[in-house]
Design a protein around this ligand. Structure first.
Ligand SMILES: Cc1ncc(C[n+]2csc(CCOP(=O)(O)OP(=O)(O)O)c2C)c(N)n1
Length: 610
């Protein structure tokens, strides 16, 4: 019987001996590779944290201690070992396990995860609450070297240095963000990573001394004390973490449960908050992922033997990025900026061709916006490519650094709309709402690759703050708008009906499909497609329509439909959009669930018009 079948909760891990833990790690790796090859998900990061997870569950008691994962994409083994093994095959599927720790899913998930660099702040908050409530227990934040590039991590460290002994920060350093980690913090970590660990010196010395009969043990004791003092005198003021109030321990081999458990025991005995520097190998145990950890950071389903995935063909991301690279050739003021999402936003080619005008600033969206605004202010034409969900944290920088002076900056909002498997923390459904309140900004919502490219061309050729939002993946079915009449910022397709269907972006394809079916049922609808969604300008008179329906692949409350109804003054108005947060599932499933697929649109229209 596999060992894993005996592990039904964290306490079962604590009973295992050394050999069994090794076996458990092997079984976990097999399970991760097999399952992720079918469900898709974050593979390389999870293969790197297998031993770390097993060692943490062995050394800490999760009935009183809490673990906060940063981002949480590397917590699959944690899910498997905390009572979710049997459901692991449902990962990222509708109704199944979330791809990130999610407190409503399991009592050991101590905080919401998905966005980067928040773990220290969260861990410190949880610890303070424990203290105020008179509860025992340690809180452990596990943060990657990539996530440590994000500003909030320093806000947390700056504040938590005074937290006392029960806070432990584990820095999981694999040298990688999604791509190779960038910036001076990364180089700094490389420097201290390459130092010989205090613990490895100690272990070697112990082995040697224990062999000397009688005098070996006393000398070892003395030497241990001396080594610890020596280590302190060398390292104490020599890492920035010490200066921030943490005892620095490590670096230690994070793919050895043995070494990890020893260092955890040491950390438990120290009367200050500790930062344990752990070195892991991203992709460990699956050769292809070790060779190319970026490729296997987030994957769709793939063949284990060959490593081949089903991914193929063009996407909105690629179409946009190829036009951006062309634009850089035509105009040497054009720059591309990414916050650690070079691959995800398709900027590889741009980087290769224009390395001087390509900037990966690390996981630092706020900095990226201000930096881009300053490039724009200095006469360049920056394009910041970012996922909708991660732009959320840069709202103030958009408002203050970009919008007040209406800088010539383009924000390329990738993964706008429903994203699917990454779920509630990653859906790109709120940018429409928060950008709606930004004065000066113009937001394009292309429905096809051609429109995405045209929008970029126009945005770069005209002055002012612009955003172009486009979805994850491929063009939808209906992208031919030749029978639409251009009316300012929108296009109208007339069929002579008394009903108007309005939409924008990818959703126009569902609306088009629905109108075909409605027409078969004898219900004739005109379609209005919005090319620019912010600011909302009334371009035509809608008073002849009996009813206007608005379908929005974005948050309904405060969304584009509301500003449309207000600007156009429409009275008989039905607005379908996404209500609140949206969990994981496929895009098709989620469109259906939210009433935005063509069949639901037909149903809504027929029911309302009855
Ligand atoms: C605010 C924010 N921006 C971007 C991301 C996308 N993202 C997810 S994981 C990751 C890399 C994290 O690197 P690291 O912390 O070193 O973890 P590793 O995967 O290397 O273990 C990035 C950029 C995110 N989750 N949150």
């Amino acid at each position: 019987m596999p060992l894993l079948d005996r592990i039904n909760g964290p306490s079962d891990v604590r009973t295992l001996d050394k050999a069994e833990k090794k076996e458990l790690c092997n079984e976990l790796r097999d399970m991760l590779i097999k399952n992720v090859s079918q469900t898709g998900g974050h593979l390389a990061s999870n293969l790197g944290t297998v031993e770390l997870t097993v060692a943490m569950l062995s050394s800490f008691d999760l009935e009183k201690d809490s673990i906060v994962w940063d981002v949480g994409h590397q917590a699959y083994s944690f899910k498997i070992l905390t009572g979710r093994r049997e459901r692991f095959g449902t990962l990222r599927k509708s109704g199944g396990l979330s791809g990130f720790p999610y407190p409503p899913e399991n009592k050991y998930d101590s905080f919401i995860c998905g966005h980067s660099s928040v773990s220290v702040s969260a861990a410190y908050g949880i610890l303070k609450a424990k203290k105020l409530k008179g509860e025992e227990g340690k809180v452990i934040a596990v943060i990657g070297d990539g996530a440590l590039g994000g500003g909030e991590a320093y806000e947390g460290l700056n504040n938590a240095g005074e937290s006392g002994k029960d806070l432990i920060v584990i820095l999981n350093d694999n040298g990688m963000s999604i791509s190779k980690n960038v910036g001076n913090i990364a180089s700094y970590l490389t420097k201290i990573r390459n130092r010989k660990s205090y613990f490895s010196i100690k272990n070697f010395t112990s082995r040697l001394l224990k062999k000397i009969p009688l005098i070996g043990k006393p000398i070892l004791k003395l030497l241990t004390k001396f080594k610890f003092m020596l280590k302190y005198s060398i390292y104490r003021s020599s890492t920035m973490f010490e200066d921030l109030g943490f005892t620095y321990l490590g670096p230690v081999n994070g793919n050895s449960t043995d070494d990890l458990e020893k260092i955890f025991e040491r950390a438990k005995s120290i009367e200050e908050p500790c930062l344990i520097h752990v070195k892991t190998v991203k992709g460990k145990g699956y050769e292809k992922a070790e060779e190319d950890p970026s490729l296997y950071h987030g994957v769709g389903s793939f063949d284990i033997e060959s490593g081949a995935s089903g991914k193929s063909g063009e996407s909105f991301t690629e179409a946009f990025a190829s036009r951006l690279t062309e634009a850089a050739r035509e105009d040497e003021r054009v720059c591309a900026i990414t916050a650690a999402m070079e691959d995800g936003t398709g900027l590889k080619l741009f980087k290769e061709q224009y390395p001087n005008r390509f900037f990966d600033v690390g996981i630092a969206e706020e900095h990226a916006v201000t930096f881009s605004a300053a490039l724009a202010h200095s006469g360049l034409r920056p394009v910041f490519c970012v996922y909708s969900t991660f732009l959320q944290r840069a709202f103030d920088q958009i408002m203050h650094d970009c919008a007040i002076l209406n800088e010539n900056l383009v924000i390329a909002i990738d993964r706008a709309g429903i994203v699917g498997g990454d779920g509630v923390t990653h859906q790109g459904i709120f940018d429409t709402v928060f950008l709606n309140s930004v004065p000066n900004i113009k937001v394009y919502s292309p429905s096809s690759y051609a429109e995405a490219k045209e929008a970029l061309t126009e945005a770069l050729e005209t002055d002012g703050l612009k955003a172009i939002r486009y979805p994850k993946g491929k063009e939808p079915l209906n992208t031919d708008f030749s029978d639409y009449e251009k009316q300012g910022n929108c296009r109208l397709k007339k069929s002579g009906g008394k009903i108007l269907l309005v939409s924008y972006g990818r959703e126009i394809s569902e609306v088009t499909e629905a109108s075909k079916e409605l027409s078969r049922q004898g219900i004739c609808c005109d379609i209005l497609k919005l090319d620019v969604i912010i600011p909302m300008k009334k371009e035509l008179d809608l008073s002849n329509y009996e009813r206007v329906f608005f379908f929005e692949e974005g948050c309904r409350q405060g969304g584009v439909g509301e500003s449309f109804a207000a600007s156009y003054g429409v009275k008989n108005f039905t607005h379908v959009g996404i209500e609140g947060f949206l969990p994981h599932g496929t895009v098709t499933e989620l469109l259906k669930q939210t009433g935005l697929d063509s069949a639901s649109i037909v149903k809504t229209v027929t029911e309302v018009m009855k």
